[in-house]
Design a protein around this ligand. Structure first.
Ligand code: TTP
Ligand code: MG
Length: 358
């Protein structure tokens, strides 16, 4: 059997979180966007009640206000949404061989080795919905398909709280009646171009002469033609989304013993290094954090002109940063030190890049 891919998309994500936090606004039209007071900015999202009034993501807040003055207008609480997003991805992680996050509220899960058929994939999807609802009190819509393209379109098919399964042999027929705009990568411009060629639905595209598509659209033409047949070979890719890796330690007792602090830095460097190896990364920047007994906290960084993954580089730079920067505050004891690396690049990608250049 081929692959089975699940796509999860949270329902009206930002507003769903706001409703959860403020039960008193539940059931009302809600709009999340910048600067509601001043009437500037755009709509980030709105709940389904607000959508009934014609409000949409990307619309100026002022227009949303005209469409529905009684809606609840809220500012964007991005930090909260990010936290919830992380928790949801954590839940999804358990269910997938590979997980690919797409923005804050979407993810692809390759579950090919976890399930034997679409029936089992459907049960898995139900479990996912249940766990997200129990833990986060939020609903999502899920699509299941033979690839990312079909799974993503399927998750959008029935919303909110939907579950749509499209088996491989059904993919082409499922896509056929949909407008071409639903295909990944088709924006307003491509849509217009296709319309001029008499192509409005995915079905129109699927039965079009592929060589004419290539003449008109180049590589995109080939891609579109394949997508219209329900074909998409792109892998679910686990992206390293960590921007830095660090470890820190608060001492039992504040200290001014430099030798001791250096020893601790070596130990923290080793912990960080272990993580770098595990994730197959290289780094360019090392950052040292020092907190003094009076809680004054300083951060010093050094960026190398090259990428490295050597423990010796890490240890040496961390200690250098300590010695070079201690001078100004040397009469204060140290309460905490931390070592962090950033500017991370996967070694895999790097090797590939080197090969490409040769
Ligand atoms: P979407 O998944 O596109 O929208 P949604 O989750 O709000 O609604 P749906 O039920 O249709 O999936 O986007 C996810 C979040 O990203 C959304 O809650 C807010 C944010 N967003 C913006 O900030 N600006 C935008 O233009 C869009 C489309 C989304
Ligand atoms: Mg969504």
């Amino acid at each position: 059997m081929g692959r089975i891919v699940i796509h999860v998309d949270m329902d009206h994500f930002f507003t769903a979180i706001e409703e959860r936090e403020m039960p008193e606004i539940r059931g009302k039209p809600i709009v999340v966007g910048a600067d509601p007071e001043k009437g500037r900015g755009v709509v980030s999202t709105c709940n389904y009640e607000a959508r009934k009034f014609g409000i949409k993501s990307g619309m100026p807040i002022s227009r949303a206000y005209r469409l529905c003055p009684d809606a609840v207008f809220l500012p964007v609480n991005y930090n909260l949404y990010k936290k919830v997003s992380r928790e949801i991805m954590e839940i999804l992680r358990k269910y997938a061989d590979k997980l690919e996050r797409w923005g804050l509220d979407e993810a692809f899960l390759d579950v090919s080795s976890r399930v034997r058929d679409y029936k089992e994939a459907e049960s898995l999807a139900k479990e996912i919905k249940k766990e997200i609802f129990e833990k986060e009190k939020l609903t999502c819509s899920i699509g299941i398909g033979p690839n990312k393209l079909v799974a993503k379109i399927a998750s959008d098919f029935r919303k909110p709280d939907g579950l749509t399964v499209v088996e491989e042999n059904n993919a082409k027929a499922f896509l056929a009646p949909l407008p071409v705009r639903k295909l990944i990568g088709v924006g307003r411009k491509t849509e217009r171009k296709l319309k001029e060629m008499g192509i409005e639905t995915v079905g129109d595209l699927a039965s079009y002469d592929p060589s004419k598509l290539v003449d008109a659209l180049g590589v995109m033409g080939t891609k579109l033609y394949l997508m219209a047949q329900g074909i998409d070979e792109s892998e679910v890719i686990e992206r390293e989304d960590r921007k830095s890796i660090g470890r820190e330690l608060t001492f039992d007792e504040d200290t001014d013993d430099l030798g001791f602090v250096k020893g601790i830095l070596d130990m923290l460097s080793e912990c960080v290094y272990e993580n770098i190896l595990k994730k197959d990364l290289s780094f360019k920047t090392v950052t040292l954090k020092i907190r003094y007994e009076n809680f004054e906290t300083h951060v010093y960084s050094k960026t190398l002109p090259f990428r490295t993954r050597q423990l010796e580089h890490l240890k040496k730079i961390a200690k250098e940063l300590l010695v070079n920067n201690l001078k100004d505050l040397e009469d204060l004891k140290i309460r905490l030190v931390g070592v962090r690396v950033s500017n991370l690049v996967p070694m895999k990608g790097q090797r590939k890049l080197e090969l490409d250049i040769q």
